[in-house]
Design a binder for this molecule. Structure first.
Ligand SMILES: *Cc1c(COP(=O)(O)O)cnc(C)c1O
Length: 220
């Protein structure tokens, strides 16, 4: 199937409250352009340098989402244009994003990455850590970031009950954080969960953003 057909198929599964982030990592600019021409405007990359290179070659109305682990010393390269950072996993990183956003007189939308998988390799905060971060005195002084919500990656397994359960846990934590911390500055209303293998399950469990790569662009 073509990129256009893949997009159409996935968009048909989304429902009203879920947005599609096209994860274009490793794919050439020509394929992103094809996807853009088919109507897609939200793209996600997992590496800063790759995102910067692609951003400079593509139309300016694309909303760029950083979904991979972000090192503090690289925030400055994307702060002028990034639409959302899905992978915030420390207060230190958030403070740096705030600092760089301030330089560009922007407010950068962020998601707190929550550790939901039973795998050692995944980044993210657990519930205790995320609450400690949000209660930290220095958090309340950050005026150039917006906590839009949370992000999580389920375990890479064929056990769909486990995946469903992990998504459900993230949904519950999202509700809890929203009740405790939501404000005008920090809406806490986004849940970024679901990839090519599990986005339908994620939507059923309340995802508001699915991050789909290979089902749009083909295998990497
Ligand atoms: C690569 C990636 C995706 C998309 O994965 P697919 O299986 O190709 O859909 C989603 N989220 C993150 C964080 C990724 O790195």
């Amino acid at each position: 199937m073509s990129i256009e057909e893949n997009l159409k198929y996935i968009n048909g599964k989304l429902g009203k409250s879920t947005k599609l982030i096209a994860i274009s990592k490793t794919k050439p600019v020509s394929l992103l352009k094809e996807c853009y021409d088919a109507g897609q405007r939200r793209f996600g990359e997992n590496k800063v340098q790759e995102m910067v290179e692609k951003q400079s070659q593509l139309p300016s109305d694309i909303e760029w989402h950083l979904v991979g682990h972000l090192q503090t010393n690289k925030v400055k390269y994307i702060a002028s244009f990034v639409g959302m950072i899905h992978s915030v996993d420390s207060l230190k990183l958030l403070i740096e994003i705030n600092k760089q956003a301030e330089k560009h007189q922007r407010i950068i939308s962020c998601l707190l990455q929550i550790y939901i998988a039973k795998e050692e390799t995944k980044f993210g905060l657990d519930e205790t850590e995320v609450i400690a971060l949000l209660n930290d005195a220095s958090f309340s002084s950050l005026k150039n970031i917006r906590i839009a919500g949370v992000m999580g990656m389920a375990t890479n397994t064929d056990d769909m009950n486990q995946v469903r359960n992990e998504f459900h846990q993230l949904k519950l934590l999202s509700e809890k954080l929203k009740n405790l911390y939501a404000s005008e500055a920090h809406p806490f209303n986004e849940i970024s969960m679901g990839m090519s293998s599990d986005y339908e399950l994620a939507i059923a469990e309340g995802s508001t953003m699915v991050r789909v790569g290979s089902s749009i662009f083909g295998t990497r």
